[in-house]
Write a protein that binds this ligand. Structure first.
Ligand code: 8YV
Length: 330
């Protein structure tokens, strides 16, 4: 080893080792494991383009932590790139078609975060129905003493919860919902033949739902899937929970629907232009807002990091990966 990354250098020099580009920030555990196998290159976001002009041809592996856009033009800066490992189950910021066209394998981290994200969805649903965030503010403001009990909230028992997207996390949410006495239904591209009522038509499902929980993949296919029409169908008492991607919901339409009472309330972990959250949303009282922490526990992030690294190590060892994205399994 002849150098180390932080003080101005972009790569930890390890002669004869494959070069790994890091986009985003590694945990210490990930960095330790990766440094044993790769020459780990960690240019800052500002330096990345200049770094790739100088060193891009030498990069064979990449890892993405976070949501930076990795498109075809980005990949073209690394003509010898073979694999992109995504830290996260959702890989909408990677252009997978472009990767496949360039012979680049894309991997992600499914399953290890199902429980955590499903728990987050349940907590957001309950927080919105039971007004917990508003009630806590009520106590802190001293109003309990001066104005008496906080206003009553709503019970989710007996409500219909419509899950939008019924993959692994959607099904984990449905399973957890069984203990809350909700009637659970779902909308997905196809009927999964499981023990919940399936709606092919999202508007129809929104009309019969009290709660809509969005857990569908992001990307162009689901952009603004939850639009003004769906919000109106959910209605003035309706609760919208989003633990998918901010792009799945038309945020401007959501702000209008929450302001004019077309929609009852929203509980959101994700936003269209993260980390920016529109002032209009922050100003509203009928929202619960989280900074994209659906999977953000020490335990789950460690499991995700381990899997993201395992994908790179296995690929380096035998050219296969533990969890390639579905498009790369065809
Ligand atoms: C990740 C997520 O933690 O896995 C996903 O798709 O949205 C999050 O839970 C996040 O993407 C990490 O960057």
């Amino acid at each position: 080893m002849t150098g180390s990354a932080p003080s101005g250098k972009s790569c930890v020099r390890m002669t004869d080792r494959s070069k790994l580009l890091v986009v985003g920030a590694l945990t210490q555990r990930m960095e330790t494991r990766l440094t044993e196998m790769f020459e780990v290159c960690t240019p800052s976001a500002e330096d990345r383009d200049a770094f790739l002009v100088a060193e891009g041809a030498g990069i064979s592996h990449a890892i993405l932590v976070g949501h930076a856009l990795l498109d075809g033009a980005f990949m073209d800066q690394m003509p010898n790139l073979k694999i992109i490992s995504n830290f996260g189950v959702g890989y909408d910021s990677i252009d997978v078609e472009a990767a496949i066209a360039r012979g680049v394998l894309v991997t992600h981290t499914p399953n290890v975060l199902n429980d955590e994200v499903a728990n987050t969805a349940i907590m957001l649903m309950l927080a919105a129905a039971r007004n917990f965030v508003q009630d806590e503010a009520y106590l802190r403001s001293g109003k309990w003493e001066t104005e008496g009990s906080a206003p009553l909230s709503r019970s989710v028992a007996g409500m219909t919860a419509g899950i939008v997207g019924f993959g692994r996390i959607g099904q984990a949410i449905a399973e957890k919902l069984t203990v809350f006495g909700t009637n659970t239904v779902y909308h997905a591209r196809s009927d999964k033949g499981v023990g919940y009522k399936y709606y092919a038509d999202l508007t129809e499902m929104a009309q019969v739902s009290d709660i809509l929980i969005v857990i569908t993949p992001g990307g162009p296919e689901t952009r603004h899937l939850i639009n003004a029409e769906i919000m109106a169908a959910l209605g003035p008492q309706g609760i919208l929970v989003n633990v998918a991607r901010g792009t799945c919901v038309d945020e401007q339409a959501l702000i209008r629907a929450l302001q004019d009472g077309t929609l009852g309330s929203a509980a959101l972990d994700v936003f269209e232009k993260e980390p920016h959250v529109p002032d209009e949303l922050i100003a509203l009282g009928n929202v619960t807002l989280l900074p994209h922490v659906g999977s953000a526990t020490v335990e789950t992030r460690q499991a995700m990091g381990d899997l993201a690294v395992d994908n790179l190590l296995q690929f380096q060892a035998d050219g296969t990966a533990v969890t390639p994205v579905p498009e790369c399994q065809r």
